[in-house]
Design a protein around this ligand. Sequence first.
Ligand SMILES: *[C@@H]1O[C@H](CO)[C@@H](O)[C@H](O)[C@H]1NC(C)=O
Ligand SMILES: *[C@@H]1O[C@H](CO)[C@@H](O)[C@H](O)[C@H]1NC(C)=O
Length: 487
Amino acid sequence: MAPSFLHLATGIALLTTTAHADLTTTIDATSNRGTWEGWGTSLAWWAATFGHRDDLADIFFTLRTTRHQSVPLPGLGFTIARYNLGATTTKTTIPPSTSMKTSPSIIPSRLIQGFWLDWSSSLPTSPSWNWSADPNQRSMLLKASSRGATTLELFSNSPIWWMCKNHNPSGSDDGRSDNLQSWNYQNHAVYLATVAKYAAENWGVSFTSVDPFNEPSANWWNGKTGTQEGCHFDASTQIAVVGYLRQELDNRGLKGVVISASDESHYDEAVETLRKFEGNRTVMGAVERVNVHGYQYEKGRRDVLFDMVNKAGKKLWQSEYGEADATGERLVSNLLLDMRWLRPMAWVYWQVLDGGGWGLIDADNDRKTIGQVNQKYFVLAQFARHIRPGMRILDGGSDYAVAAYDEKARKLVIVAVNWGEAQYINFDLGRFGAVGSDGSVVKRWATQIGSGSRYVEYSDTQLSGKKFWSRFEKKMVQTFEVTGVVL
Ligand SMILES: *[C@@H]1O[C@H](CO)[C@@H](O)[C@H](O)[C@H]1NC(C)=O
Ligand SMILES: *[C@@H]1O[C@H](CO)[C@@H](O)[C@H](O)[C@H]1NC(C)=O
């Protein structure tokens, strides 16, 4: 690494550098960073638009290859889907004086149809409920489930509009304050629990977890200018709602359904909210998993959040990540930071179909058009297709490598990224009990961040004793599978 600094300092380009082993990372065979639960996506907007499409379900929820606009896409094999419980109804069964309000800036595809039409009855068989609502998103939830998505979460961006103070599911008028009416704290929990129960009995879908909030500490949920559903909740309100949610789930025989919270936007906000929860033992007991979003990107104390969650004996998920960089560069750099410092047991992309570089596949939900696949799709494939549920996450030994071990298959998976000029990276497996015989093939896959190679498979790499190495282009992601490995 020293030579790179020297070149940078003197301004000499590295173009003439011939390949040599510049970096070595040692995978720690004794480490155990937990059992991986999976990769996934939130359904919400894209699925409410395109959820009827089997090809999309195959692309995201199987490992098979599916053609998209004549490009063969290796399936991402997601096992997690987050179903967004809607806060919007189109027809109203209640007096027009209490009809739903929408922001003039609302993006129509971001309003999700809800099931509970009015407050006159909480009985799911009564006319107060419309179980035909949100057909496309429900369709994708079922397609995901039938293809092997085993971990399903029910989440809410806003309480349904008529529970909100201003009847606007995009947030309170000032954006900074609570929008859920105090007499509806319990009803918000009733809504979530009723849908979880109904799904189990009528859709054949058992939610693993229910999450009552989305970015609740945020102060930008502004009904007047909002573009989507959203709602601020003070921590004290969150505490009250979580208490009710546990009761309502239990009352419906859903004791095994986990409550996850609070899906804060930032790592540092999640820390603050958790500190407030820690003052209430009931709520700390009720929240079994901490969900956090990755919108603090390169900033924030991921490590502090991990420590808190770990000490509290809870699970931690990166439950939402997304940005506008279609190249995959920002995705991979933040994913590496997450794996090293946040140590989540699942990693969930926000919208796999979206515009402006946000989607893994480009799409416009309002025009209902689907475009090309973005390079970030293949970057994520390097991780999602190889680090699979049930694997033990290991310490990759550096900030550019992650590793996972499949005990049954005796397989070691390493995903590494080269940020520097083209160079060799050495992988030292000296701490493993066994690593397969000298000269045996280490399969590898390569994707170039930005453009170029897209998940290209090679069998040209071999073990040399307990080591192997591979040449990386600048900004290349590679995945390796080493077989015959014993910890
Ligand atoms: C129920 O949902 C369906 C599907 O969106 C819709 O066509 C219908 O109008 C809704 N009914 C009521 C009473 O809201
Ligand atoms: C703790 O939370 C529970 C559940 O919401 C609530 O019933 C209780 O009043 C809270 N206790 C305190 C001291 O705030």
